[in-house]
Every structure is written in C-alpha cells, then in structure tokens.
Design a protein around this ligand. Structure first.
Ligand SMILES: Cc1cc2nc3c(=O)[nH]c(=O)nc-3n(C[C@H](O)[C@H](O)[C@H](O)COP(=O)(O)OP(=O)(O)OC[C@H]3O[C@@H](n4cnc5c(N)ncnc54)[C@H](O)[C@@H]3O)c2cc1C
Length: 391
C-alpha cells in the first residue's frame, strides 16, 4: 500500500525507485548484518553511488545531485522500508546528511572544493562529531578544544558515540575555539582519518542500529591546517541549522522502518490462519492494521512538511523537524510493536524484520536528540523562551 496524497515529481519518483532497489538488494543480508553488528560499508556505499543516491543535496558543481531535503527524506524512508534496517539509512547519511550539511553551510570555499567532491562521489564518507563522554545533550558545554598556532589549529579532546567511527573517513567535529566559554565558543572543523594525533576507537554494541559503528575519537595535539575551520566562534545557531538535517534523517528513517514493519504485518495477516480463517478477519487484527496505517500517515505528513520547510532546500526549520522527529520515533516504536503482535510468536524472534525495526527505532529516540531535549526545543520555539537548563 502506498500513500496516494503526495504528488511526487518525476525526479522524486525516480529517487524513491532507486532507494527501493538499494534497500531490496541489501534486505536479504539485513538479519546477518544485525546479528554480526557489522556491515560491508564500502560495498554498500559503492552501490548507493551506482544508483545515484550519494551526495543527494551536494551541489552539482561538486559532483552531487543538487537535490533538496525532501528527496533525501524520500530516499531514506524508502531505503529503510525496503531493507527494514537502520543500516540502509546510514549509508545515505554518510554522503548526504549532517557532516556534508555543516561543510555546505560554512562559507569556506576551499573546504567545499576539497571535501564535497570526494563525499559526493562516495570516495570518502563523512561523520558528525558533537557528543563527548561528559557532554551529550549539553552540546554547548563541549570541551574538545581548538586553538590557533601559526597557520595550524591544534585539537585536543574526546568524542564518543560517533556514527561511522572508526569506519568513516572525514570527521566534521564540533570544537571549543580559543577557550571561549559557553555557546559563543563553539565552532566546527573538518578532520581526516589518518591525521597524526587523531585516533579512533570502537564504540559500544547497541541493541539497535547494528551494523553501523558508533565509535570514539581521540585528539592529542592533533594539528590540522587552519583552513579546515568550517565555522568559527559565534556560529552555534548556524551549526544547529545544519544539524536539523540529522533530525529529518531520523524522522524519515523511523517512517520507513515503521512502514517496513507494517508491510510485513499486512503480508503475514493474509497468510496466517487461526480457527480456520486468516487472522486479519478477526476484527482486533483488522483494526490494528487501520491504526498502524493512520499513525504512519500522520508522521508522513509531518516529515514531508518539515523537509519542505528547508531553507534553500537544505536545512529544515527547527520547530517542524523537531516535531517530526519526536512524533516519528514515538509512532514507529508503537507501530513496530503492533506489527510484532500481528506476527504472534514469530514477532518476537530475534532478527525477524518487525523485531529488528523495533530495536532500530528505539535507538532513534535517543540519537540525534533525546525525547526530552526535543520537547525543550519545541516549547522554546512556541513560547519564545528557553528553559534555564543550568543550575
Ligand atoms: C545510535 C546512536 C548514534 C549516535 N550518533 C552520534 C553521532 O554520529 N554524533 C554525535 O555527536 N553523537 C551521536 N550520538 C550521541 C547522541 O547524540 C547522544 O546520546 C544524545 O544526544 C544524548 O546524550 P547522552 O547520551 O550523553 O545523554 P544525556 O545528555 O546524559 O541525557 C541523559 C538523560 O537526561 C535527559 N536530559 C539531559 N538534558 C536535559 C534537559 N536539558 N532537559 C530535559 N532532559 C534532559 C535526557 O533526555 C536523557 O533522558 C549517537 C547516539 C546513539 C544512541
């Protein structure tokens, strides 16, 4: 069943079809990737390049597709729906989402020229590094420092839970510049794997988002060219604007995973018979299908709306995208659980698609901003004032 209310352009239909091919190709390996907590990332990125799904929002002058947030959202939704795994979204994340967005929002043309072509071509994958051992939600407290020494920046500090580490190649990293305290001191730099003084560590094994690594970054007197500064002091609001792509990504992923779990539940409800009839002829199951579809459709509207608010097609509006992510993660958890119920005992078997989608969407409630922090963002926009979060 497809949503009929949206009149997609030929390009959007084409992107969606390509994303479906991508997800379908990897779907047979989803359970194995989940079980091993390891994925053939390079092979998957290469496949996304062949299908024209890399660098979706990167301008064509740098070898990207020059598309907008809505096409990215559609691609993530459809790839996750078809593969029924977070991993499908993560591959698109690596060449389009937050890392490339921070590079693009910077006015550092030399960084555009150096990094965007290699990311758009899939030659290099890009991670985004904000979180630190002591500072997760409190991004404005980060301690990883950068100071200028001649024509170099010297970086010291630690990051953790970084999606793609240690596998990805380019790390767009939030830093505190020149010791300036608070939000004002935060900027971003881009650092390449292999730079002396920069080492990578394995992260934890999560219940969901398996196959994708979430490792650690260590900087010890790591020297990078000063020209790798993407955004300087005072640019926190601009960085957060680019970060809204991450929220859109997670909303789109939850939408696709919920839809994937729903598809499984519908198919199973036709095949499975109890008491001599298909289970979807029991009104309780019949109604579960209606409830799931209604929930999915409500999030589809919110997610597409958020994508369409994107300034220049790139960075969605904070209020709309926070609402979409908050509701998407909540909806997807509930829809996946309903799908598991439709499958009965099979719904609880580890590695069956609804169970895998369930674990992935729970992780999505924390990654990219927790439920509570999203509510703070939403209320702050609505009331025009921020809570005093500091005692
Ligand atoms: C799968 C996964 C992938 C990730 N990928 C990345 C990545 O690529 N890059 C990156 O930088 N980070 C990444 N993260 C880290 C993620 O962004 C953080 O886990 C998240 O921001 C929460 O930070 P924390 O874990 O330190 O929790 P904390 O900030 O310590 O929060 C703990 C609890 O306190 C609550 N809380 C904290 N502050 C407030 C407040 N002001 N108001 C109300 N409640 C509050 C939180 O909601 C939460 O319930 C990833 C995490 C996961 C799980």
């Amino acid at each position: 069943m497809d949503s009929s209310a949206f009149d997609l352009t030929p390009v959007q239909q084409d992107i969606r079809a390509r994303a479906r091919l991508f997800g379908e190709k990897w779907a047979p390996r989803a359970a194995e990737i989940d079980r091993a907590d390891s994925a053939p990332i390079a092979e998957m990125v290469q496949h996304s390049v062949e299908l024209g799904l890399a660098g979706l929002t990167i301008p064509t002058q740098y070898g990207g597709r020059g598309l907008t947030a809505i096409e990215f959202s559609l691609a993530v939704e459809e790839a996750c729906r078809a593969m029924k795994s977070w991993m499908a979204g993560d591959i698109l994340f690596a060449t389009t989402c937050t890392g490339p967005s921070v590079i693009m929002i910077s006015d550092n043309k030399a960084a555009h020229e150096r990094y965007l072509p290699m990311i758009a071509s899939g030659e290099k994958t890009a991670a985004i590094a904000l979180s630190e051992p002591k500072h997760g939600s409190a991004v404005t407290d980060i301690e990883t420092s950068a100071y200028l020494d001649g024509d170099e920046l010297v970086i010291n500090g630690e990051k953790r839970f970084i999606t793609g580490a240690p596998d990805y190649d380019v790390y767009v990293t939030f830093v505190r510049l020149n010791g300036t305290p608070g939000m004002k001191g935060i900027g971003a730099v881009v650092i390449e794997k292999g730079t002396p003084g920069f080492t990578l560590g394995e992260g934890p094994e999560y219940m969901g988002s398996r196959g994708s690594s979430h490792g650690e970054l260590y900087f010890k007197d790591c020297r990078i060219p000063a020209s790798n500064l993407l955004l300087g002091e005072g640019s926190f609001p601009t960085l957060m604007q680019a970060f809204n792509m991450e929220r859109l990504y997670i909303a789109s992923m939850c939408l696709g995973l919920a839809q994937g779990a729903f598809d499984e539940a519908v198919a199973y409800s036709h095949e499975r018979e109890q008491f001599g009839q298909p289970i979807n002829e029991f009104q309780a199951v019949y109604h579960l299908i209606a409830e799931m579809w209604t929930q999915i459709e409500s999030v589809r509207y919110l997610t597409y709306k958020a994508a369409l608010t994107a300034a220049n097609g790139k960075f969605p509006n904070a209020l709309d995208v926070s609402v979409a992510k908050l509701h998407a993660a909540d909806m997807a958890r509930d829809v996946c659980w309903k799908a598991m119920q439709v499958l009965g005992g099979n719904g609880l078997v580890t590695g069956f698609p609804p169970e895998r989608c369930f674990r992935d969407v729970i992780v999505s409630s924390i990654a990219g901003g927790t439920i509570q922090v999203l509510k703070n963002t939403i209320a702050a926009q609505l009331l025009g004032k921020r809570l005093n979060q500091r005692r």
